[in-house]
Each structure stands twice: as C-alpha cells, then as structure tokens.
Design a protein around this ligand. Sequence first.
Ligand code: MSP
Length: 522
Amino acid sequence: MSDGSSFYITTPIFYVNDVPHIGHAYTEVAADVLARWHRQAGDDTWFLTGTDEHGQKILRTATANGMSPKEWADKLVAESWQPLLNTIDISNDDFIRTTDERHEVNVQLFLQRLYDAGYIYTGEYEGYYCVGCEEYKQLSDLEDGTGQYEGQLVCKIHSKPVELLKERNYFFRMSDFTQPLLDLYESRPDFVQPESVRNEIVQFVKRGLTDLSISRQTFDWGIKVPWDETHVVYVWFDALLNYATAAGYGYDQEKFDRLWPATHIVGKDIARFHAVIWPAMLMAAGLEVPKQVYGHGWLLVGGEKMSKSKLTGIAPEQITDTFGSDAFRYYFMRAINFGQDGSFSWEDLSARYQAELANGFGNLASRVIAMVTRYHGGTVPPAVESALTEADLAIRATERRATKAADEAIERLAVHEAIARVWELVDELNGYITLQEPWVLAKDPSKADRLATVLNTAVHGLGTLTVLLSPVLPEATAKLWTALTGTGTVQDQPIRAAWEWTGGARVEPLEALFPRIEVDAS
Ligand code: MSP
C-alpha cells in the first residue's frame, strides 16, 4: 500500500483535436511549479501530463482533415503538444497518450474488474450529447442558440448545438456511490479545492447521482469493451484512468504503490469528472481515491473563458517569442490568484514584465553582481559579523520568513501567494541597497568593512532568491546561479532551507535577465 509520502501531481490530459492555447499552458505551468518546488525540496516527486486521443471529437476532426484518428493524434502530439512542453519549460517525468498500449490494456483490465464485481450492466439512454464536452447534458446545461444556431439547443460551454442520442450502452452503477462520496467530502474537506468548487460539487452530489453510460456503439475510435467488442469505452472513463495506467496500474504494482494517490490539477470546467466520477470509479475498484482535486479558475480574454472554439485562443508562443518562457510562467502564476478566474491582457503582461521582472528582480540581480565586480574586483567579501546592523539582520530574517511562508503557501497550492511572499525579499533587497548606498561606501576607504557587509548581505539575499525562484523562473535563475558561482545546480539546493545555499567566493558577469522589450507600435 501507498504510504502517501510521494508527491504525484498531474495535469488533465488534453484533447488533440486542436493545438494548445494559453489556457492549457496555464494548467501545465501551475502543475510544473508545484512539481519543481517539491522536487527541489527533496520530496519523491512524479509529474505526469499527456494527451486524450479517443472519442467522437477527435474522430470528427481527423476525418474532416482527411486522416485517420491515430495519424491525426500522432501529428498533433509531435507537432504541437510535445513542443508545448519545451516552449514553457515543463519538467514532466512522464507523458501519457491514451493510445499507449500500457493505457489501453489496463483500461480493459480495470473495466473487466468492475464488470466482474457487478458494477456494470446494460441499459438504454436517451439524452443530449455535447461532443465538445464529450458528455451527456442536462437541460440546465443548455441554452437557446443564436445566429446560425437559432432554433437549436446549444451547450453553454461551447455555444454549439447538442445532439439527441438514444443508445443501448453499458452503465456504471455510479448511483451506489452518492453516500460514500458525500462521506468523503465531509471527512476530508481538502479533497476538493478551492472552496467554491468544493461547494458546487457537494451540492451536485447531494441531488443524487445517476448511473453513468460508459460505452458507445455508434463509432469505433476508442478502447474496446473487453467482453463485448461491439462497444468502445466512453472517452472520459478511458481518459480518467490515465492517472492510474501511467503510474503502473495493472503492470507495475511497486510503482503504483509508490506513486498513488495523486494530486490532480484541473480546470474547474472538469472538476466534476475528477471529484465525482473518478473517485467513484476508484472506490468501485477498491483503490484509494486521489489525494486532492484542485479545480483552478479560467483565463478570461475580453471577459469570456478563452477558447479556440470561440476564437479567443492565444497560442503560448505568441507570448514566449517576445517575453520568454520565464516571463510567461511568472506572469500567469503571479497575476492570477490560483483558484480564481483571471483576465489576460497584453498591457498587464507588459507592465508586470517591466516593473516586476526587469526593474524589480532583473535589475536587482545585475546591480548586485555589478557592484561586487566594480567595488570588490568580483570577490564576495565575508560580512563583519560583529558589526551587523538592524538592516542587515532584517534581510537575513526576511530570507527565512519568505522561505517558510512560500513553502506553506505551496502546501495549500496557493502559488500566487508563494511568489508574493518571495517577492517581499526582492523589494526589501532593492530597498536595502538604495538605503545602504554601497556606491558611497566604496568611495571611503574607512568604510571598507561596512561595504563588505553590505555586499555580502546583498549577494546572500540574491542567492536565496535564486533558489526560491527556480521553480518559477528556471532559465533566469540558472544564469544567476552561474553568475553567483553557486555549488552544483540551483535545482539541487534544498528549497525549504533556501537561505543555507552556498556559493563560490566570486561572481561572474551576468547578462540582462529580462531585457528591455521594444513594443512594436505599428
Ligand atoms: N481531455 C479532457 C481532460 C481529460 S483529463 C482525464 C479535456 N481536455 S481539454 O483539452 O479540453 O483541456 C481542458 C483543460 O485545459 C481545462 O481543464 C484546463 O485545465 C485547461 N484550460 C482550457 N481552457 C482554459 C482557460 N480558458 N483557462 C484556464 N484553463 C483552461 O478537458
């Protein structure tokens, strides 16, 4: 059995019907920052992401493009989804595709076990299906269409018409799990977070669960139901299992025991699948439910949930080509309170880049390195411990306080708060240098001791910042670590004791971490 000590974190697996936009990248970065933090803290960390490749939506897109669904999925994975991970510097340990054999075989194994245990039966279903959501919809999820869809019922999420389907399918006895799920939410209030998503889920389950149709017979792009190959497995049932099949379920028990259960980071649009259907499936199979399901907010563009289908999609490269991947990561993690919706705007991105990254952190780094080079020939002097002032001690205290506060925020998945706490050190260090005026001290040989202490304090604080910001700004901090001649790599520095970092006695030249960006006004 799992002892719960590993940190296994996942993103949703993304549909390959289209290319990634910044909403997908947002989830990836959030999970990546958490994974990098835990890894750097020495926790047994495993970070999984991947792609969701079965179902009607992919089949239709592939057909419309004159390809088989597998050819289409291969193309999108190779040309768009894998490259996305490089574009935004994702440190995933594994990438699962639902067309992987390890997945397909073990989805069948799981399903067979549920069947043998009596949780599956045949039934009939008639209802409205949204192919965009890959889900049967209640009337309350629909609205009257407008424009080209006038007179039709459309899905509120996709604004596209739903289809009335009547099928004979296999059903999962999900209704059996209404009470066990309510007990779970009650006994583990952190199981679904944030609070707003938790409340919505609890209300939904309190109304009582219906059984879930888990197979389809009208098309064949999916995993075959093992005891009846005329059916394919419902795409969500298939997709949710990726978290188990990637972790060794069915073929590597040792790995599964080590990793499971997971922390799932998902958008709130799909929290219900993860916090209701998925734990019910796991309970039916006698497996542990996830550690936590966190449903983050939406990126809004022009006040609406950004999406390709509504033509508000922005590709991540549109941002990283100009601002770089670190700025992308920083901006979305800092500007949006994780858990809430947040609006994206180019103006806000540019303003924060300039004020916080270029003038705040970047400038601090270049000033400190330049001062040690100019006033001390590039060697970092020791501080005169017997003559520390309150200002010096305050910086040391902030290094510890920021580290602890940030770690505590990460434990709550409050990524924005963790960055804000670390940024207190950026601001304090900038203020410290302004007040201590090392350029004045450098002119007076009798102040050599004081200059040494100030330079040492500034370098030490900067090193602590480098360690703390490495999960968010992996590129900039790697350069800075080299300039500080730090020991090993910055990712090797135990983050929960960031202030204990050690570095060489010298500094090396540092290029501008966040260069000025000429905005093309045309
Ligand atoms: N394939 C399913 C998930 C299966 S998981 C077992 C799916 N895929 S998706 O490609 O549509 O991706 C949805 C996820 O992308 C959301 O849950 C969220 O993580 C992210 N986002 C998509 N649009 C987004 C925004 N506008 N804002 C924030 N996140 C967004 O659903």
